[in-house]
Design a protein around this ligand. Sequence first.
Ligand SMILES: Nc1ncnc2c1ncn2[C@@H]1O[C@H](COP(=O)(O)OP(=O)(O)OP(=O)(O)O)[C@@H](O)[C@H]1O
Length: 631
Amino acid sequence: MPGNKPQIAIVASRGLVDLIRSQLPAYNDLAAWRLIDQPYDIAQTSLAELQRAGQVDAVVAAGAGADRIRSALSLPVSAIRVGGDDIVQALARASRVGVKVAIVTRRRLAEEFDEIVPVLNLDLSRHLYEDDASARVLLANLAIQSRPAVVGSSEIVYLAGLYNLTGVLIYSARAVRAALEGALELARVARLEEAKRERLDRILESLVEGVVAVDADERIQTINPAMARLIGLGEDWANGRRLTEIAPELSLRGVLQTGEARRDEIVGVAGKTLVTQRLPLLQADETVGAVLTFQDATAIERADRKLRAEARKSQFQARYRLHDVLGESPSIAAARELASLYAQSDSAVLIGGESGTGKELFAQGIHLASRRAQGPFVALNCAAFPESLLESELFGYEEGAFTGSRRGGKPGLIELAHQGTLFLDEIGDMPLPLQTRLLRVLQERQVLRLGGAEPTPVDVRVVAATHADLKARVVEGGFRADLYYRLNILNLTLPRLAERGADVGLLALAAVRDALRRLGSGLDPQQLLQPFLRAAQGYGWPGNVRELQNLGERLAVFLHVAGRLDEADVRRLAPELSEAAPAPDLPSTRRQQELQHIRKILAACGGDQTEAARQLGISRTTLWRRLKAGE
Ligand SMILES: Nc1ncnc2c1ncn2[C@@H]1O[C@H](COP(=O)(O)OP(=O)(O)OP(=O)(O)O)[C@@H](O)[C@H]1O
């Protein structure tokens, strides 16, 4: 085995063989040399076999033989060249043998030879021959006439011997050495090229995309397995054939004719839909070939879906941590402690509490303190959508699931929450059929898109929230008992703001401070605290923390403009604070009062529910629900 050494074949015969043998020992370690001592036509067949077997990187040959091998085989050839020095040396050797010297060559010798001859002071004749027969005639004549010493190639030296003439080899040891060294370099470059080609072949083989390259005659030069599979042909079989004849739909004729690329075309081949790219191969502005690549359209759609999902993922990031939950009252401190305990578990959590008490804030906090913190936090308000929309939002759909469904379908929020947390706000408003589907997802840990056949496995933690008494809804038949137990493994109930005592002042200060900062004001909100607390004493805070935050923002604007605010200012800016405090133990009275308050604000807003909800610090759904409950 030649191992990693370059493999070099030397084609030579007769006297040249001896000369080469005398030089080879110095190069033995650098390559695996193979001497082919055969006439050129036979040597050519041997070389072709070696090439097929991958056993030759470069060839050494002399004179016309080198030219012949070069044109017959695609192998790099290093020629043994006759230089001026070689001829002088050969002539010197010949002149020692005979008085007359004849130099017999197939080609004319270089011009520099004309300058050397007169200096040597020899009786020299020069002869050209064309083939073996004319060489024999020539030597026979020389044998009869002047009987010179004959200088020429190994073949000429051999023929000279046949006519009893003394032959002197024209090649020198130096020319042989130069050719051997040239071959080593050619072999090195050939190996590098081979390695490059192999790498490219591996790349082409591993591509999911199909690739085919043709020459200017549209004959296939390179085809990768993906493309061969598509057109149902072996790569070896396809090479050298015209692409149009094998696969007319993929023809590159047009591109070869116009030299213009055709991109992103949709083509149907063998029952598949492909997206193709056809590009001309240009060399010095001339079209020397063309390439066609294709991608399976379904693969593009799959990638597109993934991209969309990735893009949506960035929207699904929780912002609040549990330490962003402000408040020192025992009830909120206990809730915070419980939440950080729940974050250690992976079970479902049900958070109860009125609107604006911080249910989503807690859900985000639990997510960010859990092992899922790096995953998405996906929130959905179940009261905000009609049933059909809610279903497709949650479960997603496949293309064609319904009229108007998007191409490529759409992943549902459950899928998008994979490895993260799904926050289902207002879970009590989820219609019964969807409750059944949700329960199945939670039990089987896989989701089936609308119109889909293949379920997708999902790993999601659910945190649900409700303002309503879910247990009561179960009793009424509006909520599935099994889903309720599934969601209520861990329970957290958030206190109303009115029950949080000193937190009102603390949260108001934080809200005003934040709003002032946003306004670019450096004012200290502390001066506002006492007048605010006096004005808000006994107020029920129906919109809880959200309402307090909105009010804080309103007060901050005035404080920023006026520079100070007293209790009377606060009452003027927030007349709702002055309404009679509800009797603490009579929830229905409190609700009545709230309702009156909502109606008053709604009337002040000219019936605009969105604006009224904003002013009250409650969601539109909550506003609508409260009005409905009061009917
Ligand atoms: N303890 C708290 N500390 C600081 N901010 C709070 C606190 N509780 C609530 N908030 C803020 O009040 C606003 C309402 O909170 P959140 O949206 O979490 O309430 P919710 O109970 O989910 O309301 P809804 O049921 O109306 O959706 C948010 O801006 C939140 O950051």
